[in-house]
Write a protein that binds this ligand. Sequence first.
Ligand SMILES: N[C@@H](CCC(=O)N[C@@H](CSC=O)C(=O)NCC(=O)O)C(=O)O
Length: 277
Amino acid sequence: MELLNQQMSFAGVQRQYKHQSSCLDCDMVFSVYLPPQAQHDVVPVVFWLSGLTCTDENFVTKAGAQRIAAELGLAIVCPDTSPRGEQVPDDPSAAYDFGLGAGFYLNATQAPFDKHYKMYDYVVHELPRLLVELPLDLSRASIMGHSMGGHGALTIAIKNPDQYRSVSAFSPICAPSQCPWGHKALAGYLGVDQKAWEEYDATALLLERGCRLPIKIDQGEADNFLVEQLKPELFLAAAKVELVDVEYGLHPGYDHSYFFIASFIEEHLRFHHRYLG
Ligand SMILES: N[C@@H](CCC(=O)N[C@@H](CSC=O)C(=O)NCC(=O)O)C(=O)O
């Protein structure tokens, strides 16, 4: 891993690393916040998955998470949202909701995307292996995300309950099989057979497998994407069927932006800290 940047923040360090990814077959950049406690000991880690159009930097610069992460002694790892580079195929019309910046945290099976778009394997397997170089206790890990990244966090946690202790999401895409963003992405990356989509649909996965991890979801009521794209009611209905508790908050006046995330990030980090010790 090559260290690209380092800034001191709340007595810890905000870093950015570059590395060659074997599963994505391209160079990748990720960010990590190391709290002051990491100077003397290994610390627990929260993975943050960003949404459409983001890189590893949106959360770092807009969420204001460093102060509370420093207080709680939590590292935060922020991967990019897709493979990158000239050789990586993009949406044919360069739309923001598919291709670069829109990897949907899945393993694509359809050409030409199947060569590089393996964000599920990257987040679940390759990135944790790289992180052994840092003072992190990966046996104490949680995962959270926003919108497309909320979908990523929920699906990854439901499928890997032994790898994470808790999961949370801001404004997640809760049922991608049933919304326009998800239809486009799942058809493009996985093909038209909707059976294959269930592997990456948090609501379908919850109905199939349940979930024993603590789950927290927060949603802005004034979010423009709420009704057409996000559909938390479908995930909450599935949780009720499966007798899964979801700590859910619907917040009047808040939209889909990082202003919402910054307003509630402290609650999310404290939630994860309860389970990370
Ligand atoms: N450009 C699009 C919407 C893009 C957008 O809102 N992206 C969100 C995530 S949406 C779901 O995954 C985001 O986090 N943007 C980055 C930021 O820093 O705000 C449009 O205009 O409709």
